[in-house]
Ligand binder design. Structure first.
Ligand SMILES: Nc1ncnc2c1ncn2[C@@H]1O[C@H](COP(=O)(O)OP(=O)(O)OP(=O)(O)O)[C@@H](O)[C@H]1O
Ligand SMILES: [Mg+2]
Length: 273
C-alpha cells in the first residue's frame, strides 16, 4: 500500500446546505485571555474566522497555538473574553449544549489520535456509531466513501501500529470528516512527516476542503504548508495575533516578526528565547 493520497479531482466549493446562512462568523474570539500562573499565553485575542475558508495559525513552539485551539473547541475556558461558535457563547450555555456544539467540529490531532486497538474501519466508523443512529449498512457506505477519499480503502483491516505516520494522519482526517462537520480543526497535521508526505497531505486537505467546504483552522509551524493551504493566516506571538487576515497580506507583511517568521529567517525579533 503506497503512502500516497489519491488524486481526487478538485471541484469548486459546494454551496452546501449545512452552513449557516446568517452571515455570522462560525468562530469568533473576543478579547480572549488565558494565563497559566503568571505566564500569559493568550493576552486578548480577537478574531473572526471566515466561513468556508482555510485559516492557518502559525507561530513558534510554545506560543499558545494548541491552547488557542482548545479554546475554540471548548476544551479550555478563557480567563476573560468570549468564544462564540455560530454566534453562541460557548461559556454561556449548559454543558450538554456545549457537547452538542462540539459535534459540529471535526478534530485532527497531531498523531491522528486513532484508537490503537481498533482497525482503521472501526476508527473511522467510531463517531457515527457513537453519535448517530445510522444503520451499519449506512455507516459502511459513509466510512468506505471517506476511506476511499483519503486513499485507505485497501487498508481498512489494519490497526494503527501497522501503518505509516502519513497513513495515520489520513485515517485521522477521514475520521474528522465522517460526521460532515462544519468546522475542521487540525493541530499540526504535518508534524513528523517528511516534506513530500507533508505536501501530499496538504494537497489532500485542500482538495477535500474544495469538495466538501467547511471552515478549516489548521495549526502549523510549517511555512510551506501554510503557503499551500491558507486563504487566511493568523500569526500568534507573545500572546497576541500579530497578523490576522488574508494570506497574501501575511506573506507581504512589513511587521518585523511576521516577516521574519514567514521567511524562516534568523534575523529579526525572534531568537532562542
Ligand atoms: N494545561 C496547561 N497548564 C499549564 N501550562 C500549559 C497548559 N497548556 C499549555 N501550557 C503552556 O502554555 C504554553 C503554550 O502551549 P501550547 O501547547 O499552546 O504551545 P504551541 O504553540 O501549541 O506549541 P507547539 O508548536 O510546540 O505545539 C506553553 O508554555 C505550555 O507549557
Ligand atoms: Mg501545539
Amino acid at each position: 500500500m503506497p503512502d500516497a493520497p489519491p488524486t481526487t479531482p478538485i471541484t469548486t466549493v459546494a454551496p452546501d446546505h449545512r452552513y449557516d446562512s446568517s452571515g455570522q462568523a462560525p468562530i469568533e474570539l473576543d478579547q480572549v485571555k488565558k494565563a497559566f500562573g503568571s505566564f500569559k499565553v493568550l493576552d486578548g485575542i480577537s478574531a473572526a474566522f471566515t466561513e468556508n475558508a482555510i485559516t492557518t495559525i502559525l507561530g513558534p513552539s510554545g506560543t499558545g497555538k494548541s491552547v488557542l485551539l482548545k479554546h475554540i473547541v471548548g476544551l479550555m475556558e478563557p480567563d476573560e473574553g468570549r468564544v462564540r461558535i455560530f454566534g453562541q457563547d460557548l461559556w454561556d450555555m449548559k454543558e450538554d449544549e456545549r457537547f452538542e456544539i462540539r459535534k459540529r467540529f471535526g478534530l485532527l490531532f497531531q498523531d491522528g489520535a486513532l484508537f490503537g486497538s481498533m482497525n482503521l474501519y472501526d476508527n473511522v466508523a467510531f463517531p457515527l456509531r457513537r453519535h448517530t443512529s445510522k444503520s451499519e449498512a449506512d455507516i459502511r457506505e459513509t466510512v468506505m466513501h471517506y476511506l476511499q477519499q483519503v486513499g485507505l480503502e485497501n487498508a481498512l483491516d489494519r490497526v494503527p501500529s501497522q501503518i505509516s505516520g502519513g497513513m495515520k494522519k489520513r485515517a485521522g482526517f477521514a475520521r474528522a470528516l465522517v460526521m460532515q462537520p462544519e468546522i475542521i480543526m487540525c493541530d499540526e497535521p504535518d508534524s513528523g512527516l517528511d516534506p513530500v508526505r507533508t505536501k501530499l497531505l496538504c494537497n489532500l486537505i485542500k482538495e477535500l476542503h474544495a469538495e466538501h467546504g467547511g471552515t478549516y483552522v489548521v495549526i502549523t509551524h510549517n511555512i510551506e504548508a501554510a503557503r499551500t493551504l491558507s486563504d487566511y493566516v493568523g500569526v500568534l506571538w507573545h500572546g497576541e495575533l500579530v497578523h490576522f487576515g488574508p494570506a497574501d497580506e501575511a506573506f507581504n507583511s512589513d511587521e518585523p516578526f511576521v516577516r521574519q517568521f514567514l521567511a524562516g529567517s534568523d534575523e529579526g525579533p525572534l531568537g532562542m528565547e
